[in-house]
Write a protein that binds this ligand. Structure first.
Ligand code: GAR
Length: 188
């Protein structure tokens, strides 16, 4: 049984997909910690519902990013976390976390990378007028949405409703993240 941490900043639907899969055995791992940089984010309620411990912090209360990341690493080590899954964590990690967990951090991104990097990938792809959308899961390095690709899934969307598109993206994300993390923990 592996020990993982999930980092999230917002709604937390991907966090919940992973939490549900760990709870029912589809992923052979335990989520030891949910790390969140937004005290009011809905993901905190989801974690409470699953009884998953959280480290939720306000970055402004720390002198620097290195300071709060050192605190994160301290807590990850205390829980013996082996793999970090970023699930809508909208901050770029610095070397403090990257070096502590080299090759053991994965991210889910709502586009077919290397297209549409950044925080507004779905809106950017929609505005561009692409017809094939998708999701990428990749290892995390120091570059924004960079790092070796682990899995991708594409789908065609010809509609004109941004909310419907976003729902389609999430519907692809959840099973893909669960399948991919299940494979990673089985291989490790
Ligand atoms: C997801 O669509 C995820 O791919 C995206 O944030 C959303 C979080 O949704 N991540 C990025 O854009 C990272 N660059 P959720 O909080 O419901 O899981």
């Amino acid at each position: 049984m592996k020990t993982i941490a999930v980092f999230a900043s917002g709604n937390g639907s991907n966090f919940e997909a992973l939490a549900a899969a760990c709870a029912d055995g589809r992923i052979a791992a335990r989520i030891a910690l949910m790390v969140c940089d937004k005290p009011g984010a809905f993901v905190n309620e989801r974690a409470a519902r699953y009884g998953i411990p959280t480290f939720t912090f306000n970055p402004k209360e720390y002198p620097s990013k290195a300071d709060y990341e050192r605190e994160i690493v301290r807590r990850l080590r205390a829980e013996r976390v082996e793999l970090i899954c970023l699930a809508g964590y909208m901050r770029i990690l610095s070397d403090v976390v990257l070096e502590a967990y080299r090759d053991r951090i994965v991210n889910i991104h709502p586009s077919l990378l290397p297209a549409f990097k950044g925080a507004h990938a779905i809106a950017d792809a929609f505005a561009y007028g692409v017809k094939v959308f998708g999701v990428t899961i990749h290892y995390v390095n120091g570059e924004l949405d960079g790092g070796r690709i682990i899995a991708q899934r594409a789908f065609e969307y010809l509609g004109s409703d941004p909310e419907e598109l976003e729902a389609r993206v999430h519907a692809v994300e959840h099973p893909l993240y669960v399948e991919t993390v299940a494979k990673l923990v089985a291989e490790q």
